[in-house]
Design a protein around this ligand. Sequence first.
Ligand SMILES: Cc1cc2nc3c(=O)[nH]c(=O)nc-3n(C[C@H](O)[C@H](O)[C@H](O)COP(=O)(O)O)c2cc1C
Length: 185
Amino acid sequence: MDVTVVYESLFGNTRDIAEAIAAGIRQADPAARVTVLRVAEAGPGQVAEAGFLVVGGPTHIMRMSSGRTRQMGLQGNGKSGKDRRRAEPEPGAAGPGVREWLAALPLARPGAGAAAFDTHLRYPLAGGAARPIARQLRRHGYRVTAKATGFLVDDAEGPLHEGERERARAWGATLAAQLAAPTHR
Ligand SMILES: Cc1cc2nc3c(=O)[nH]c(=O)nc-3n(C[C@H](O)[C@H](O)[C@H](O)COP(=O)(O)O)c2cc1C
């Protein structure tokens, strides 16, 4: 099974989660061929070859990012003094993001599966990008086989909340177990 993990990330937290998910898939299914790509690298060819697609991004204003929210994030949005931005932006952080990438995604090949994740803060009404991502994947013909899942950051620029890398790895292993089920072979 070819698995492609596509992520958007401003400060590296969603990238870390994407890599942990990939590690979990590889650990649970050493035969799986897993590729991790940021959105700008994930051309239609690579995605079309994947039997299973995992897509994730940061939560901005309760949903997927937009050009405007990415700019807000990159400008440090009101942070100053000792709270000023510490994290280095990721390559391609300004965009395109998963929202634009999903809009241009070709229709899935028959039987292709997918799963969606996000990163978000730990507060009530934090919202989440994962469910809108899952909805878009379904609209593009993907069979979304896992519940859209969020992973926690302690602050807008990170770090990841304690234990979230491990939880992402375990989530990846769960996806691999689903992929190994006869309907995915
Ligand atoms: C402009 C902006 C808006 C945000 N809005 C939300 C939000 O509504 N809910 C939330 O939980 N986190 C929100 N966050 C925090 C992001 O979820 C956090 O920056 C992200 O998970 C970090 O991942 P990254 O390093 O991969 O970009 C926001 C961040 C930015 C920059």
